[in-house]
Design a protein around this ligand. Structure first.
Ligand code: PHE
Length: 339
């Protein structure tokens, strides 16, 4: 093909495209000229036969032809890549798909997994239906302890209950693994509480457990404090600190309650922290040797810490949610505000 033949072929192709009456005709012309076996790709393949000195001018002309054909096709509604011509009704209103937002509890759980993930913790899981051993006995909770009471716990029969805490996942994890153990366990928990602004019979906790060999990596209360201080800063913001208050849990010794300094007033005292400057968020302590014995860990060889906190509580203080029930009512006007 000479340059002038090429020019007339180009004019012909553009006229054909201009005359195409419908999408099918446009598509047929796309295939004919710029499709994989179309005439323009064929010319490009045949370039090697064009005498060397004519090649640059010829190549330029072919590329120009291709560009003009593609823009003519596009103007006719064919995608240059060959997509079908749009045949929808542009006068119709668009279909609007609302983007979902994550539930505040999901956010707190995911954020916690991310923060502890940086420290080498993995996520462990356990069932909501538990037995007495995992929920109480192995956690060194005696049968007469009030938490085992029929009025505090949902029992199905003598052995089977809805877990009252995520701590049974500690037991499951240790029974199934040798130390070192470094897990967090988020999950749903149940207590026979009457629902009000701060209580719900159904809520969520996140448990943490770290156990290692005392001789090589002794785990201390100071480690627990520094890990929770890191968590507090990452979750609630820079400047938030933690304090420990002595407490009692059957499965930790010593036991502490953990407060975060108030992220709203920075510890000065405000409505959120009830003027105290501190907000109680978690229970924690060093794993009691009796718990280690129940899971077959030698308490002389291993030491560890555990902590547990309420997900609703963190969500409420982090996002300023005044009533726990809002987290369960699925009112989109509320849920979308945090999107
Ligand atoms: N399970 C305790 C509770 O529900 C919290 C806790 C977990 C305390 C781990 C100490 C260690 O109150």
């Amino acid at each position: 093909m000479t340059l002038s033949e090429l020019e007339s072929a180009k004019a012909g192709s553009l006229a054909e495209i201009a005359a195409a009456a419908d999408a099918a005709a446009v598509e047929a012309l796309r295939v004919k000229y710029v499709g994989r076996n179309g005439s323009i790709p064929a010319l490009i393949k045949a370039m090697k036969d064009v005498p060397k000195e004519e090649r640059p001018a010829f190549g330029k002309a072919v590329q120009a032809w291709r560009a003009e054909v593609e823009s003519a096709l596009a103007a006719k509604g064919a995608g240059a890549s060959g997509a079908k011509a749009f045949d929808g009704d542009l006068s119709q209103p668009g279909r609007w798909r609302a983007l979902g937002v994550k539930h505040p509890l999901t956010r707190v759980i995911e954020e916690t997994a991310r923060i502890f993930g940086h420290l080498g913790f993995t996520v462990a899981d356990g069932p909501e239906l538990e037995n007495r051993f995992n929920n109480f006995t192995a956690l060194n909770t005696p049968p007469h302890h009030p938490s085992q009471d029929r009025t505090d716990t949902f029992w199905f029969n003598d052995d089977c209950l809805l877990r009252t805490q995520t701590s049974p996942v500690q037991i499951r994890t240790m029974l199934a693994n040798k130390p070192p153990v470094r897990v967090i366990c988020p999950g749903r928990t149940f207590r026979r509480d009457t629902t009000d602004a701060t209580h719900s019979a159904n809520f969520h906790q996140i448990e943490g457990l770290y156990v290692d060999e005392t001789a090589t990596k002794p785990v201390s209360l100071a480690d627990l404090k520094s890990v929770l201080a890191y968590f507090a800063r990452e979750m609630m913001g820079d400047g938030v600190t933690v304090r420990f208050r002595p407490h009692f849990f059957p499965f930790t010794e010593p036991s502490v309650e953990v407060d975060f300094s108030c992220h709203v007033c920075k510890g000065k005292g405000c409505g959120v922290c009830k003027q105290s400057g501190w907000i109680e968020v978690a229970g924690a302590g060093m794993v009691d040797p009796r718990v280690f014995k129940h899971v077959g860990y030698d308490p002389e060889k291993y030491s560890g810490y555990a902590f547990g906190f309420g997900v609703e509580r963190i969500a409420m203080i982090k996002y300023g949610i005044p009533d726990i029930r809002w987290l369960y009512e699925n009112d989109l006007r509320f849920l979308r505000q945090l999107g």
